[in-house]
Design a protein around this ligand. Structure first.
Ligand SMILES: [Zn+2]
Length: 355
């Protein structure tokens, strides 16, 4: 199994404030963990360099007005898109390199250079809209990359599974009326977490109606409940959609140690989630799959372990050894998600068949 690993030290340049949850140590600690585990020495791991996305590539998704605003804010060296989303002198270039990382991953998998790819970039992208950003996001990395792939290759249908704990409001909005990109989101219920959107009845509009599937989960939701969502919603819908490419917006903030969310997934749970995404890609998309780091703020908690879980699964390693960070007790509560699943199935039975 060959996997592309897209990473660049320049991803460390962008910074909000030194104590902001989305800080450079997120990537540094994970790279240390991968080095310690010997992953970086594995010949199956191909280090791939990203390039910054171009104005033309950005322009397929974002408005000129927003691009000008972001670029000039970054040029002055300071500014904010929202209370917690800071713009510094390196933000513009780093955001373009992050989107370029996803693009590099998609192209490498599509061309057969590697079988799969993991993009370890920052800043993230799924809270970025066509004309604005917030939630630590500036450019919508996955949308820019997917639009480029659709414009330049024969890839038409892309399945996005956004499993970040926060609903990907920007990604939903960009693809809301587009039936070629199915956005499936599992996230902590918006009544309990930023950004508040991601209700079951947000199903898409126009030609895209039915192609936006939201599964808002209660706080403390565990591995077991996530796997129920996978078998009862994710797998049947993915099968009927029949994607050419599977893209995972890999938010690692569902881990029970995450300091800014309240879910109950373990590192072993991440192995299971990733294995189901890989299985869907193998069965439906010729094995073409790219995962890209989204959130995940347990820098000294679960983040390096969940990233390792995802990467080890892509590489088809033995994963039983992947453990939870020491000193933390895994969750014992197991909230019932059958009513959420029932609402999703009811709402989407106009568009999809369910077992
Ligand atoms: Zn998140």
């Amino acid at each position: 199994m060959s996997m592309g690993l897209i990473y660049h030290d320049a991803y460390l340049r962008h910074e909000h404030t030194p104590t902001h949850p989305e800080r450079r140590e997120r990537l540094q600690y994970t790279m240390d963990q991968l080095r310690e585990e010997g992953v970086l020495d594995d010949p199956a791991v191909n280090r791939l360099d990203p390039s910054e996305v171009t104005d033309e590539q950005i322009g397929r998704v974002h408005t000129d007005e927003y691009v000008d605003r972001l670029r000039s804010m970054s040029a002055t060296g300071s500014g904010r898109l929202s209370a917690d989303t800071h713009v510094s002198e390196h933000t513009w270039a780093t955001a373009k390199l992050a989107a370029g990382g996803v693009l590099r991953g998609l192209e490498a998998v599509k061309s057969g250079e590697v079988e799969s790819a993991f993009v370890m970039s920052r800043p993230g992208g799924h809270h970025a809209f066509a004309d604005d950003g917030h939630g630590f996001c500036y450019l919508n990395n996955s949308a820019v990359a997917i639009r480029h792939l659709q414009a330049t290759t024969d890839v038409d249908r892309v399945l996005i599974w956004d499993w970040d704990a926060h609903h990907g409001d920007g990604t939903q909005s960009i693809f809301f009326d587009d039936p070629s990109v199915l956005v499936m989101s599992t996230h902590q219920d918006g009544r309990t977490l930023f950004p508040g959107t991601g209700r079951v009845d947000e199903v898409g509009s126009g030609a895209g109606e039915g192609y936006n599937v939201n599964v808002p989960l209660p706080p403390k939701t565990t591995d077991e409940a996530y796997m129920e969502v996978v078998s009862e919603v994710f797998e049947p819908v993915a099968e009927q959609f029949d994607p050419d490419m599977v893209f995972v917006e890999a938010g690692q903030d569902n881990h029970f140690t995450d300091p800014i969310t309240d879910l109950g997934v373990t590192a072993q749970g991440y192995v299971e989630l990733m294995a189901s995404a890989v299985d869907v890609a193998d069965r439906l998309a010729g094995g073409d799959i790219v995962a890209s780091l989204a959130g995940g703020y347990g820098i000294e908690g679960g983040l390096p372990y969940t990233n390792l879980a995802v990467i080890a699964t892509l590489l088809d390693y033995e994963t039983a050894y992947i453990r939870e960070p020491a000193i933390y007790e895994p969750p014992v509560e197991n909230p019932d998600v059958s009513d959420v699943i029932e609402r999703v199935v009811d709402t989407h039975s106009d568009y999809w068949e369910f077992p």
